[in-house]
Design a protein around this ligand. Structure first.
Ligand SMILES: [Fe+2]
Ligand SMILES: [Fe+2]
Length: 274
């Protein structure tokens, strides 16, 4: 296996045809048999991988390079998902712009070459796969919710999500941050696989256009506060599934595939393997 093959497999598993802006081969390599996979990879993990004889390392979260600087482009995926749920185009784009502008500024300020430079120095093959793995997580969560009955309650939806085995081994629970378990699940959407959570503006747009239950994997406290204080959102539900558990839902099928292909994969640093 080489780094191109690793990236291509991630795309193929979710039906993507292009490498998204938040994913990147930072140090190419061939003949990889033993891989370290982690959610967050820094210089320490790279050094450990080299010391312990790994042939390459895959991070989930961007670890530098253009995947960090241009990360904000993948936030546009929120608009596609929102439009699929009935949010008008212009309104979806305005919500995304609210998220995107600060992310672009932060990416522009970051030391984007700290970790990649050390991987190059160590001559250690290194890539990050972000959106494709999150898309896998989104597809699995959508599949779980699609199995719910038409008249299901929010609590039934949470139970259906929880049946994904990664949630079963997580320290975190799936939490209803806004609303009640007895509320109807109603029209639902999973806003995931779009860089990061949509915060207040994306949730507000979904709820304003007929979505009753929205699923995020995480949310900032300030955004949650705004949602809770918005009187127009009475009766709406926000389910938050937990960051590391939900990232793991997207990552484990890929690790499984690599092992089926005969690679040795060690997953550390937050990847939950049921
Ligand atoms: Fe993720
Ligand atoms: Fe994440």
């Amino acid at each position: 296996m080489d780094t191109d093959g690793l990236m291509a497999l991630a795309l193929e598993m979710v039906g993507f045809t292009e490498v998204p802006a938040d994913s990147q081969i930072l140090v190419p390599g061939t003949n990889l048999r033993r891989l370290l996979v982690g959610i967050d990879i820094g210089v320490g993990e790279l050094l450990l991988a080299r010391e312990r004889g790994f042939d390459g390392v895959i991070a989930h979260h961007p670890a530098g390079g253009h995947a960090s600087v241009h990360f904000h482009h993948v936030l546009r995926r929120h608009a596609e998902l929102m439009e699929g749920a009935g949010v008008p185009h212009g309104e979806a784009l305005r919500a995304v712009e609210e998220l995107s502008a600060p992310r672009e500024t932060a990416g522009h300020a970051a030391n984007y070459d700290r970790v990649p430079a050390f991987a190059r120095f160590l001559r250690l093959p290194f890539l990050n796969i972000h959106q494709p793995w999150d898309e896998m997580g989104r597809q699995r969560m959508v599949g779980a919710l699609e199995a719910c009955d038409e008249d299901a309650a929010v609590g039934d939806g949470v139970a259906a999500l929880h049946a994904l085995p990664e949630f079963g081994v997580a320290e975190t629970d799936i939490v209803i941050r806004l609303g009640e378990p007895a509320h109807p699940l109603g029209r639902w959407a999973v806003a995931h696989g779009a860089g990061t959570n949509g915060g207040y503006p994306v949730a507000k747009a979904y709820f304003s256009h007929g979505v009753d239950t929205l699923v995020y994997i995480h949310i900032l406290p300030a955004d949650l506060q705004r949602l809770r204080e918005d009187p127009a959102l009475e009766g709406k539900t926000l389910v938050v599934t937990g960051h590391i558990a939900s990232d793991s839902v997207g990552i484990t099928p890929y690790i499984q595939r690599l092992r089926e292909e005969g690679l040795e994969v060690v997953a550390l640093g937050g990847v939950l393997e049921p």
